[in-house]
Design a protein around this ligand. Sequence first.
Ligand code: SF4
Length: 439
Amino acid sequence: MAISTGTYPCHRTFASDKNGYYKGDSANLPSLTNVADILAKVEDGGRITYDEAMLLYQEADLLQLGRAANARRQQLVPGNTVTYLIDRNINYTNVCSTDCTFCAFYRYDPNDPEAYVNPKSVIGKKIEETLYLGGTRILMQGGHNDQLPWDYYLDLINWIHTTYPDIEINAFSPSEIDQMVKVSGLTRYEVLKALKEAGLQGLPGGGGEILDDEIRKRVSPKKQRTDGWLDVMHHAHSLGLTTTATMVIGFREEIRHRLNHLQRLRDLQDASLRDYGTGFNAFISWTVQIENTPLERSRFADQYGATPHEYLRHTAIARIFLDNIPHHQASWPTQGEKVAAIALHMGCDDFGSTMIEENVVSAAGARTSVQPSMSVPEIHRQIREAGFIPAQRNTSYEIVRQYTADPAEDEALLPPAELPGEPTGNLTNSIRLSVINNN
Ligand code: SF4
C-alpha cells in the first residue's frame, strides 16, 4: 500500500501541551483575555487565536456570538443573499469494512441481503431525476467496499461524466480516496489526478467528524486519521478540485478537541491558499445522529449528541475562527429547518441543499428518513422568513438564479408531476429547462 504521508508544512502536527491543545499559527501570539475585546477584534476583521476562541466558547453568550459571526460573514460574503444547491446524494455501495461506531448505513457482509452496489442503470436514473428537478450536482459517496477494484471507480466517474456532462460530480470523501489507494497501489495524488481526468470535479468533506485522533481512535478506530484526511484535501486543492470541510460534534469530545479541529482546518486553508490560490469553499457542521448505531447501545448513549443551543454556539464560533473559509452552511437535515434558519443569524450564508436522497445520516435518525428532501419553495420560505433573499448556486458558489423577497415567484417553480421513467442517457440541462419552462 502506497499511502503518501503528510509532507506539507500545513500537515505538521503541532506540538500539543499535556492537555492536548494544538495552538497552530497562534501558538506564540498574545491573546486577549476579555470577551468584549475579542468580539470587537472580530468586528474589526481581526483573526482570533486559539485561546481567544476558547474564551469565547466558555464565556460569550449566544447573541454576542451571533453578532460577531454575522460581522465575519459580512466581511467574507457581504449582502443579504442566502444560497442553496439543488443536488442529490447518491450512495454507490453500502458495503463497508470500517465499522464506525456512529454509522447505521453500512453492511459489513457483502452477502447481507441489504448489502448493495448500485448498477449504472440505478445511478443513471437518479441523475436523470436530479436534472429533471433542476439539480446541478450529484454528491456520491459509499462505504469502503473491499470487493470494488480501482477500475470500478474510474469507470463509474468516466461513465457519469460522458453520459451526463451537465451534472457536476462531487464524489468520494478522503477516506474513500484512501480505500482506492489501498486497492490500486497508487498514491493519493495519483488517485485524485486520475479521477479528475475521468471527470471528477470535487470532493465532499465527509469523514472529517472530529479532526483529533483522540476522538477518532475511540469512535472510528479503523478509519483514516486526521493527518490522512488533511493530506487528501491538500492534494485535492493542488489539483483545483472543489472541496468542503465538515465537522460533526457530539462525540463526548471536549472544547479543545473542537478547537483542534478548527485549528487544523484553518492552517490547511492558509497553506492551500498560499500554495495553490484555492482551498475549501465551505464549512458545514452538524451534530452526531446515533439512532440505530452502536453508540446508541453504549452505556454512554445519553451523553452523545449536542443540543440545538450547542450547535448554534459552535456554528457561530466556527464562522468567527475560520476567517479564511468563505461560505458556511446551516444543516437542516440534522437540526430541522427552524434551527437551521436561526443558524443563518449565526454567520451562515448557505442553507445547504435539497438533498433529494441521503442515506447516511438519515439511517442514523436525521429527519431525511421521514422526509427525503426539502423542496425549493420550502427552502425559499425558510430563507425569506429568516429575513434573507434566496438564490440557487452551483458547487462553486456561483449564483445560478437569484430570487427576490417576493414568494409569488415560487409558483413557477413546482416541477411537473411525472418524473422520468427508465434512464435514457440523453437528458441534458437544456432539455430539463425546457421541461420546467413549459410547466
Ligand atoms: S461512516 Fe463511512 S467509513 Fe464509517 S462505517 Fe459508515 S460507511 Fe463505513
